[in-house]
Design a protein around this ligand. Structure first.
Ligand code: MRU
Length: 352
C-alpha cells in the first residue's frame, strides 16, 4: 500500500480490508499492510504487526467482519458456524490482553443481523476506542498535573502506549501528549522494553514526531533514575486489569511498580474500561503469554547467547493492586491501593 494512500493511525478500514501500520518495521520504515483474510489478521496479531491491547481489540473486531463477509452463503445467509470458528481463532491469537476477546465477542453478538451489522459494530468499536482512550488520557493528565502542580513533569513510561497501541493518541502516552500540549512535560524517560524494544522503536518514534522532550534508557536503569530524582511519576498502560485492580502489562512493569513504591513515586495505569475484566478475580487468574525463545537469544539476526540456551520469556507480568496509585479509565479513577502517594521532589531540585 503506498504510504500516502490511507492510514494516519495504527489501523483503518479501507476498501473492504484492514490497513495497518507494520509496527515490526518501525522506526526504520513506516510500511502499510493490507489484511484481507482471517489468517492475515491472526498472523498480524501474533507477530506484533499490530499490538497494544486496544489496537488488537479493534483489529480483532474488524477481523470478525472480514470473516462474516467471507462466509456468505449463495442464498445470502451467513455460515454462522464458520464465522464463529474464525472468531475463536482471532480471539486466541494472543491470550493476555482482554480487549481482544471483549471486542471479538461484542461484534460476534451481531452475527444474527448479518455481515453488514457485524461490520457496523466493528466500526463502532473503532470509533469508541478513539473516544474512550482520549477521555482516559485527558483524565489521567489532570491527575498527573495535580500530583505535580508547581512545575513540568518528568515522566517514566514503559513499552508503547501511544497512538500505535491505542487510537486517539494513546492511553498513558496519550496523557503525556495532553500534558505536553500545555507545556507541562519536562522530560519523558522511555524504557527500551526488552526484548522487542517497543519503547526504543515505537515510543521514541512517537515522542520524536510529537516534539516531546525525551530520553531513552535501558529497562534496568529505571530504578536508578527514580533514586536519582529524575522521575516524578510512572505512567503505563494495561493489557488486562483484574476485578481487584491487579494489572497485567508488558514484562518489566512489576519491577517499575516495586521501584516506584520504594521511592514513593506515583504509579498510574491508564486504560479504557474494555481492559478491565470483571470476570477475572485477581492477577493470578490472568493468562500470561510466553513468547518465542529467539526473541531473547537473538538480536539483529545474530545469537546473543550460547545456542540452545533455555529461555524464560513471559511477554507480560502482574503488578499487584497495592502497588498501583491510580487506575484511570474514561469513566473513573480507581485507587486500588487506597494509598495517597505524594510526589517526591528531590532535595536541592532536579539532579541530572
Ligand atoms: O506485547 P505488546 O507490545 O502488545 O504489549 C503492549 C503493552 O503491554 C501495552 O502496555 C498495553 O497493551 C497497553 S497499550 C495502550
Amino acid at each position: 500500500v503506498p504510504d500516502t494512500e490511507v492510514v494516519q493511525r495504527a489501523l483503518d478500514w479501507d476498501s473492504s480490508t484492514i490497513v495497518v501500520i507494520d509496527q515490526t518495521a518501525l522506526p526504520a520504515r513506516r510500511d502499510l499492510l493490507r489484511l484481507t483474510t482471517v489468517d492475515d489478521v491472526v498472523d498480524a496479531i501474533r507477530r506484533l504487526v499490530v499490538r497494544g491491547a486496544p489496537v488488537i481489540g479493534v483489529t480483532g473486531a474488524l477481523g470478525v467482519a472480514l470473516a462474516a463477509r467471507a462466509h456468505r452463503l449463495p442464498d445470502g445467509r451467513l455460515d454462522e458456524q464458520a464465522v464463529v470458528r474464525d472468531a475463536r481463532r482471532i480471539a486466541d491469537a494472543r491470550p493476555t490482553a482482554v480487549n481482544l476477546r471483549w471486542a471479538v465477542e461484542r461484534v460476534l453478538a451481531r452475527l444474527p443481523q448479518g455481515a453488514e451489522a457485524v461490520l457496523a459494530e466493528a466500526l463502532a468499536v473503532l470509533a469508541e476506542d478513539e473516544r474512550t482512550n482520549r477521555e482516559a488520557a485527558r483524565r489521567a493528565a489532570g491527575i498527573l498535573r495535580d500530583a505535580c502542580p508547581d512545575r513540568p513533569l518528568r515522566v517514566l513510561t514503559h513499552c508503547n502506549t501511544g497512538d500505535l497501541a491505542a487510537l486517539g493518541g494513546g492511553t498513558a502516552l496519550g496523557a503525556v501528549r495532553e500534558l505536553a500540549r500545555d507545556g507541562r512535560v519536562r522530560e519523558v524517560l522511555a524504557t527500551e522494553t526488552r526484548p522487542l524494544l517497543q519503547g526504543a522503536r515505537l515510543t521514541v518514534w512517537e515522542l520524536h514526531r510529537a516534539g516531546i522532550p525525551h530520553r531513552l534508557c535501558v529497562d534496568s536503569a529505571a530504578p536508578a533514575a527514580m533514586a536519582g530524582g529524575l522521575v516524578d511519576a510512572v505512567v503505563v498502560g494495561a493489557d488486562r486489569i483484574a476485578a481487584n485492580g491487579d494489572t497485567a502489562n508488558k514484562i518489566g512493569t512489576y519491577a517499575l511498580a516495586c521501584a516506584a513504591a520504594h521511592h514513593r513515586i506515583p504509579f498510574v495505569v491508564v486504560a479504557p474500561e474494555s481492559t478491565v475484566d470483571a470476570g477475572t478475580a485477581c492477577g493470578a487468574d490472568i493468562p500470561i503469554e510466553e513468547r518465542d525463545a529467539a526473541e531473547v537469544t537473538r538480536m539483529a539476526g545474530a545469537d546473543t547467547t550460547v545456542p540452545g540456551t533455555r529461555v524464560y520469556n513471559p511477554a507480560f507480568d502482574i503488578t499487584p493492586a497495592e502497588l498501583v496509585t491510580a487506575i484511570v479509565t474514561e469513566r473513573r479513577t480507581w485507587r486500588p491501593a487506597q494509598s495517597a502517594v505524594s510526589v517526591r521532589v528531590p532535595a536541592g531540585g532536579v539532579r541530572r
